[in-house]
Design a protein around this ligand. Structure first.
Ligand code: ACO
Length: 396
């Protein structure tokens, strides 16, 4: 007999539907934060006081990192200092590259490779020399994440990792680490707008994971590794790949309604729509829709952009028809797919690229948690069997 663990079929895990007060912790305030305000009713997002639509299209990613970690936009001197500190920490430990090589040989998804490799950043020489230095760990992680993804991607395609010119900012360097070429300014700008847009977003699942791990007194690399695991799931950061697949599957505007209807009839969720907090359109979708419009007008496949707009309109129509009370609208992932595809990224790179941006916010939350947080330890309601007595194995 084989041991099968199917969460849906195993009696021990099929918990009865007894109601609890806050399933999925929805609506529970677990901590105070100065990092981002997510107003789900109004559809507004501010990052340390700046509206996302005001900040993301203009700032460099390094400026957003500084804003989240230090609470204010950097002066020119502070920015130069941060850029240099990050550029100096791009090189990956040799053992990390070997691990990525093994992951590439096994053909693992890029998100699994990132999760495995992130844990090895403890080996980075400066961090290994000062394992308790939170700032060193923070700089190492933000500087290295693009290289982890870039090196993995190149190894998986039979190419060796490359070192980007030190003068390149993080967004342009990331594209260089993937392709081996300096990107056009419009391409780097589109990516930078994306990274800024997703840099932080309240107590989402991956950020919460990072805070839970940090709240135990554990180290930053552990917190970030756990956060990557949480981001991977299709209900969180894993949606843009399937969202783009859906647009390609539809293929032409006139098929949108029929394909989407079939999906909903089968009980499938439309990827890139709905959100736990937003009850109106996700403001990040607007920022990225505008970035996509600007990019596709110049460089991309204008037909794909038009098709995506058409699919979005049809999806919203159908979701309103099916769930009139739930207010399901476009979320960040739908236009993430369009922007990242437009700048040439494969769908397997979408979620790792999300991590390259969100790591800034994970770290900012870990710093907050360290400074003033309390061990995060919610309670559960026991609904399992009671009063059982031990029976020796031969008698069961
Ligand atoms: N398509 C179709 N139906 C949906 C969708 C969707 N995208 N989203 C929610 N619904 C339906 C649910 O099936 C549910 O119906 P039911 O009451 O008949 O069971 C109802 O709307 C309420 O859904 P919930 O699960 O309560 O919504 P929740 O707040 O838990 O979920 C989530 C939010 C996970 C994002 C959901 O909307 C979803 O699965 N969307 C698709 C995946 C996606 O785009 N994820 C990216 C989110 S953004 C981010 O994390 C960065």
């Amino acid at each position: 007999m084989t041991l099968t663990l199917d969460a849906a079929k195993t009696p021990a895990t099929a918990v009865s539907a007894e109601p609890i007060e806050h399933p999925g912790l929805e609506g529970v305030v677990a901590a105070a934060t100065k990092l981002s305000r997510v107003d789900g009713a109004a559809g507004r997002l501010t990052l340390a006081g700046y509206a996302v639509e005001n900040l993301a299209p203009h700032a460099s990613f390094e400026e957003v990192v500084h804003l989240l970690w230090r609470g204010h936009l950097p002066t020119a001197a502070e920015l130069a200092h941060l850029k240099q500190a990050l550029a100096e920490r791009r090189e990956l430990p040799a053992a990390t590259v070997e691990l990525l090589r093994a992951a590439a040989a096994a053909g693992l998804p890029a998100m699994d490779a990132l999760r495995m490799a992130a844990g090895t950043l403890t080996l980075a020489p400066r961090l290994a020399a000062a394992p308790d230095d939170l700032e060193e760990a923070a700089l190492t992680a933000v500087a290295a994440f693009p290289g982890l993804v870039g090196a993995y991607w190149r190894l998986r395609h039979g190419q060796e990792p490359v070192t980007p010119p030190a003068k390149l900012g993080l967004a342009a360097a990331y594209l260089f680490q993937l392709t081996g070429e300096e990107p056009a300014p419009a391409t780097a700008r589109a990516l930078e707008t994306y990274l800024n847009t997703v840099s932080d977003h309240g107590f989402n699942a991956s950020t919460f994971t990072a805070r839970v791990i940090t709240s135990t007194g554990s180290d930053l690399v552990s917190a970030l590794t756990g956060a990557i695991g949480a981001l991977k799931g299709p209900l969180h950061g894993g949606a843009p790949g399937p969202a783009l697949d859906m647009v390609f599957e539809i293929g032409t505007p006139e098929r949108a309604e029929e394909v989407l209807r079939t999906k909903l009839d089968r009980g499938e969720r439309l990827m890139g729509f709905g959100h736990r907090v937003y009850r109106v359109r996700d403001p990040r979708a607007d920022v990225l829709a505008e970035a996509a419009r600007r990019f596709y007008a110049k460089e991309g496949d204008a037909e794909l952009y038009d098709l995506a707009r058409h699919v979005e309109a049809a999806a919203l129509r159908l979701l309103r028809e099916r769930k009139p009370d739930r207010k399901l609208d476009t979320n960040v992932e739908f236009y993430t797919a369009l922007v990242l595809h437009g700048i040439g990224l494969d769908t397997d790179l979408f979620t790792p690229t999300f991590a390259v941006g969100r790591v800034a916010g994970w770290i900012a939350h870990a710093l907050e948690q360290r400074a003033e947080g309390r061990l995060i330890r919610p309670s559960s309601k026991y609904v399992g069997p009671e009063g059982r007595s031990w029976v020796p194995v031969g008698e069961r």
